[in-house]
Design a protein around this ligand. Sequence first.
Ligand SMILES: [Ca+2]
Ligand SMILES: [Ca+2]
Length: 217
Amino acid sequence: MGAKGGKSKQDPTILTEEQLKRLQNCTRYTAEEISAWHAGFLKDCPSGKLDKKQFLNVYKKFYPEGKADKYCNFVFKAFDSDGNGWIDFTEFLTAVGLSQHGELKDKLGMAFDIYDQNKDGQINRKDMVKIIEAMYDLANEEDRRGEKAPEKRVELIMKRLNKDDIVLRLEFIQGCLKDEFLRKILAPNTAQPFGMNTTDGVQTTTINISDETGAAV
Ligand SMILES: [Ca+2]
Ligand SMILES: [Ca+2]
């Protein structure tokens, strides 16, 4: 704990000047919008910490038909970029901002992060098989035989990426950029990774993390 000093000691409910600046730099939100998101975030997560369980609850609402658990675990890890077990506001809004107005290559970077669970900058066949399975769960895809078997899919993907075993971040992004078929398989959510459809900015922020509001999406 507290290995890095600084961040871990901060009160997660407070948005510091520095964090605000950083968010303004890495998203397209204005200071006012960021504050509004922050208020919404705190409303749903008064502790300032979004944990895996809450995160899964949100996800389930978007995918009521599928089994979201596995996929959600992967996404959670990608959002939790410092790997401390919970998503703070900065991590949250960075990811949301990316899914709302990130460029395609940034979204693909996020997809890569979802695949690269141990955050060593590379993904291998095993990683890929696991995520394909999780995606099938999410989509409620029962037919996983023949060409649709996760291993088969991964073989095809690797071939198209021109790789045998290990894919690096840049290779992944470049490969997907020039191959729509790969994009569809590897990053079907590049349009809206978090499934949010905020139309006019922020005020509808509340992602309904808490259950007491009742109203599902
Ligand atoms: Ca974190
Ligand atoms: Ca990895």
